[in-house]
Design a protein around this ligand. Structure first.
Ligand SMILES: NC(=O)c1ccc[n+]([C@@H]2O[C@H](COP(=O)([O-])OP(=O)(O)OC[C@H]3O[C@@H](n4cnc5c(N)ncnc54)[C@H](OP(=O)(O)O)[C@@H]3O)[C@@H](O)[C@H]2O)c1
Length: 348
């Protein structure tokens, strides 16, 4: 019997999502259909719901993070089989196709953006990983600047991929501003696994969390001396200063970024939002666009063994908002109100 698919549809920007029956998607070449067991919420989602930005087809199904069982494998795809437990990054953001949105019972994902979830990890824990994982790789590993949006290039830090082995220090320091955020904490984990020394800036109550992700030192974003303390810590590290990943992108964090970079002779400023327009010549500023082939080898070769061995932790921990697609709307509202070192998850 053909299963019934349902989705949380956005009919018009600024209106609540509506639950409706949806066509059961099929897997094309290189694709999987996942029967979702859990989906996660990202700030991008409420931004899309509020403004309609990035939506290419109405009514829209969007959302980026899924965890569940493979329901159908597309032609030519040999890494996965029906019934496999997977996590995946759904790419409605770039494809615009409703079947590529996470907020449904069944979602199409590219096999290159999926990984087997070890049986020891629940769907609820695993679903915090996909979008943040790809975003972190866009921060760290792109070698050449691309186009994030008209007039804004992507950062090109060109750092090595994370390793499953213990790696020697690269002798380089990266500052992660927003170390307790989903993308900031994942960047901290992956940078650390590549031998990079991470100094992070986070809320005082999340120092332990950021250190668990690998940060060597953490400073309080509310500390009035955060800039001076960060500069001193980078100098004391004795390493080459790579620059800053700013996961937050507020006027305050940008001002602090530029002050830190000015004192340390410049460097990269990788952002999740468009960086300030006029940066000094010694600052290479860019904004990530977190659907990128740079992540493909890491999805394929790193993610599952890293989860199996605990090298990569499913952090930040999930907060389950409810069970059923009808809870996505309140999860979006909670995300918009702001979270601290957690990822909002809806179980299905
Ligand atoms: N361009 C892209 O492709 C892309 C991809 C992914 C995400 N994003 C964007 O990146 C941003 C982060 O996303 P996310 O999912 O990682 O966010 P998130 O997990 O929802 O962020 C919450 C965290 O932000 C921290 N925070 C808030 N203000 C801060 C400040 N002034 N200094 C330091 N930390 C601060 C909080 O820290 P404390 O609780 O410790 O205070 C909290 O833990 C969002 O705006 C998102 O839309 C963009």
């Amino acid at each position: 019997m053909t299963p019934n698919n349902q989705a949380a549809y956005l009919l018009k920007a600024g209106t609540p999502l509506e639950l409706r029956n949806a066509p059961l998607p099929t897997a094309g070449p290189g694709e999987l259909v996942v029967k979702n067991a859990a989906i996660a919420i990202n700030p991008l989602d409420w931004h899309m719901a509020d403004t309609g930005v990035f939506i290419q087809q109405w009514p829209a199904i969007f959302g980026c993070d899924v965890a569940g069982e493979v329901f159908e494998v597309g032609p030519g795809e040999e890494r996965f089989k029906k019934g496999d437990r997977v996590i995946g990054h759904a790419i409605n953001l770039t494809s615009g196709r409703p079947q590529d949105g996470a907020f449904a019972l069944y979602t199409v994902i590219p096999a290159t953006k999926a990984a087997i979830l070890p049986t020891s990890i629940s769907f609820i824990d695993g679903v915090v990983v996909p979008f943040a994982f790809e975003a972190a790789l866009c921060v760290l590993s792109s070698k050449e600047p691309g186009v994030a949006m008209p007039g804004v290039s992507t950062p090109a830090l060109g750092l090595p991929y994370p390793s499953l082995e213990a790696v020697p220090s690269l002798g380089k320091t990266l500052v992660v501003y927003g170390g307790s955020s989903s993308v900031g904490s994942m960047t901290t984990q992956l940078a650390t696994a590549a031998g990079i020394h991470v100094i992070s800036i986070a809320g005082k109550s999340n120092f332990g969390f950021s250190k668990r992700c690998g940060a060597i030192e953490v400073f309080d974003h509310k500390d009035l001396s955060v800039v001076e303390k960060t500069i001193e810590a980078v100098r004391k590290s004795g390493h080459v200063f790579i620059g800053i990943f700013d996961a937050i992108g507020s006027p305050e964090t940008f001002a602090n970024d530029l002050a830190i970079l000015a004192a340390l002779g410049g460097g990269h400023l990788a952002c999740t939002h468009p960086p300030p327009a006029d940066v000094p010549a010694n600052v290479k500023a860019g904004m990530i666009f977190a659907v990128s082939d740079v992540a493909t080898p890491v999805w394929k070769d790193y993610l599952t063994p890293a989860l199996e061995t605990g090298k990569l932790q499913c952090l930040p921990h999930p907060t389950v908002v409810g069970k059923g697609l009808e809870h996505i709307q309140s999860a979006l509202e909670k995300s918009k109100a702001g979270v601290s070192a957690t990822k909002l998850v809806v179980e299905l």
